[in-house]
Ligand binder design. Structure first.
Ligand SMILES: Cc1ncc(COP(=O)(O)O)c(C=O)c1O
Length: 462
């Protein structure tokens, strides 16, 4: 086939030269960011003004005084106040490659010379098709029968689309099942499913959801027994009315509680008997266990009907079996995602496929064990103040002061001031959690982060 004009442009030596100049400049700039540094004195007033204007413009305070300058180096990020911090929450799981990763930046340059800023239903370029196939290849790698993939730009929209195709398939069922303490997103319907009253404060009820207790690793048999009993009660109370069950396989916002294969299988058996769709919400877990998908980690490949992913994938996705295919008109959108996000997502998925990331001895688990070993030491140094660590793979958390919300918040804030960005999760207990920049993080980063955690714990002791 004859080269298209677009291909000629991307192969133009001037583009290659420009890219290599940009790369060289980026490498030089990154070299200046080598360690945690405090805010620069002369920038403090300017930064306070910037963050307060930001809060004012959006109509509510930003959680941390975090406004990025637009550059970082791996696990480190530079903020507008001139400080450099370890980013161990990565925008709640977004900067999987760390900051200013050259492959990601170069993919944005490739995107920048494309004609289309935002791709969508009547403006798709071929790269979107390659991305869908990559999602499907990864999802099917251990045999899951997942046939289709619909891309979108947020985890919430991926979840909305999942819910719509499940309801349409199982009409007239009009209820959903979910786990207690789940988080599913912030649309009207998902705020209803998310098991947190604050997030639907003032909203009319838009969805009927029935909840099951999640897995408790300290009571394996009891967890299964209780969940099944409650599940059967719900089904008996509303026969034929549950369209699907949304499951996080490791609870994220709920506080980093991993599930268990036997537990999930027992629940799914009952769901299948009752024609209730099995939907795994992997918006947070994707790319964080021994496999690209957590359902692969837990060996649930033959049971999944619908799976949603987001965050680290840059473009979000609803992946589903053929018989859940929506009728025309149900899912569509002007904007799928930006071309830059689509190109970056391709880099992410290519890496998940082949760079020694997954598997019991892949980088995800190596970084997990290094972080967890360090944190276990801290638990012995601060008895009563620090417990854990908890979590799975690249989702790690610990509890301070028995999970008291206010004390945990203030410990996380102190940690931020000292140069490590974390976030809180869960209620009773509330925990401090981390989503490491998996591709960028090194042993040395983990050591430094743990030193800062230790110093922060000492400061918070009183
Ligand atoms: C499990 C889960 N589902 C859905 C979402 C919503 O994703 P988004 O914030 O991209 O809409 C999140 C976000 O934290 C999540 O953790």
């Amino acid at each position: 086939m004859k080269d298209l004009v677009a291909a000629k442009l991307s192969k133009d030596p001037r583009i290659a030269q420009a890219k290599s100049l940009i790369q060289a400049a980026l490498q030089a700039a990154k070299k200046e960011i080598t360690e945690v540094t405090p805010p620069q004195g002369e920038r403090q007033l300017y930064f306070i003004d910037l963050t307060s204007r930001c809060s004012e413009a959006r109509g509510g305070n930003i959680y941390y005084p975090y406004l990025g300058s637009g550059i970082g180096n791996g696990s480190l990020v530079e903020l507008e106040d001139g400080s450099v911090k370890y980013d161990f929450i990565t925008g709640i799981g977004v900067h999987y490659f760390g900051h200013s990763n050259e492959d990601i930046v170069m993919s944005s340059i490739d995107a920048a010379i494309q004609d289309t800023v935002m791709q969508g239903h009547l403006q798709q370029n071929a790269d979107q098709m390659h991305l869908m196939e990559s999602f499907l290849d990864l999802a099917r790698k251990n045999g899951a029968q997942l046939d289709h993939c619909f891309l979108t730009s947020t985890g919430a929209t991926a979840n909305e689309n999942a819910m719509k195709i499940i309801f349409q398939k199982n009409f007239p069922a009009n209820r959903m099942l979910a786990f207690r303490k789940c988080f599913a997103g912030r649309t009207m319907a998902l705020a209803q499913m998310t098991d947190k009253a604050l997030y639907r404060d003032g909203l009319p009820q838009s969805l009927n959801v029935d909840y099951l207790p999640f897995y408790n690793e300290n009571d394996h048999e009891g967890s299964i027994r209780r969940a099944l009993k409650i599940l059967r009660k719900h089904i008996e109370r509303f026969p034929g009315l549950h369209a699907g069950m949304c499951m996080e396989l490791v609870q994220g916002e709920g506080g980093y509680f991993p599930g268990n294969t036997e537990f999930f299988k027992a629940i799914i058996e009952v769901l299948k008997e009752n024609n209730i769709a099995v939907w795994f919400d992997e918006v947070q877990t994707f790319g964080r266990t021994t496999e690209p998908f957590a359902f692969q980690h837990f060996g649930l490949d033959d049971l999944v009907d619908v799976v949603t992913v987001g965050k680290m994938s840059q473009v979000c996705s609803t992946i589903y079996r053929d018989h859940f295919k929506p009728r025309p008109g149900l899912v569509s959108q002007t904007f799928t995602s930006s071309t830059a996000a689509i190109r970056a997502a391709q880099v992410v998925l290519d890496n998940l496929k082949c760079k020694g990331l997954c598997g019991g001895d892949g980088k995800i688990m190596k970084m997990h064990s290094s972080f967890v070993t360090n944190l276990k030491n801290l638990a012995t140094v601060f008895p009563g103040q620090f417990t854990g660590p908890y979590g799975l793979g690249a989702m790690v958390a610990f509890t301070v002061f028995d999970g008291d919300l206010e004390k945990t918040k203030s410990s996380a804030n102190k940690l931020f001031e000292n140069g490590v960005i974390s976030f809180i999760a869960g209620k009773n207990p509330t925990r401090i959690r981390f989503l490491m920049p998996v591709m960028a993080v090194e042993e040395n980063d983990i050591d430094e982060v743990c030193k800062i955690i230790s110093r922060t714990m000492t400061e918070c002791k009183g």
